[in-house]
Design a protein around this ligand. Structure first.
Ligand SMILES: [Cu+2]
Length: 164
């Protein structure tokens, strides 16, 4: 009798868990990407810059490590900072950390996505899709809007890019 009760309890526990496990698999990514935009490039440009805000709604830290898009060969995550009075940028080898419950803004003069090997340039008003890659959350499909060259009060550092 006691054994039966235990088994019944175990069965109920399993049944109760099953839908939860399914729901977890289908749950939306804890990573939310908003305000994705890219700066228009001059004709013939090989590189472009993309910006966005990443919010981590999950309980674990994650990292934005790169991505891909049809309009470019590759998307890298870069950081821009002052080095002896000169603005420089470098690729973040481990990606950009996004702590649980926090948002990180990629914006002109700071963190940005570098679109390398641009295929046809980025024209103001156009949209393009990209797949961003996160270390834990995996891929995230994001649509970028291309804004004017001087959008968002971009500092005059865009031409000092190390890829030139
Ligand atoms: Cu860069």
């Amino acid at each position: 009798m006691r054994l039966t009760n235990l088994l019944t309890a175990a069965t109920i526990a399993l049944l109760a868990q099953a839908p939860a496990a399914r729901a977890q698999q289908a749950a939306p990514s804890p990573i939310e990407v908003t305000q994705a935009w890219a700066r228009a490039t001059p004709a013939g440009a090989q590189v472009g810059a993309g910006y966005l805000t990443v919010t981590n709604h999950g309980a674990e830290a994650d990292r934005l490590i790169g991505g891909s898009a049809d309009v470019a060969d590759k998307i890298e995550v870069h950081e821009m900072n002052m080095d002896n009075g000169v603005m420089k940028m470098r690729e973040l080898p481990d990606g950009l950390a996004v702590k649980p419950g926090e948002s990180v803004e990629l914006k002109p003069g700071g963190y940005h996505l570098m679109l390398t090997g641009l295929k046809g340039g980025l024209k103001e008003g156009e949209h393009f899709r990209a797949q961003l890659e996160f270390a834990k959350a995996g891929k995230a499909e994001v649509e970028f809007v291309v804004q004017g060259v001087g959008a968002a009060m971009a500092p005059a550092t865009g031409d000092m890019h190390h890829h030139h």
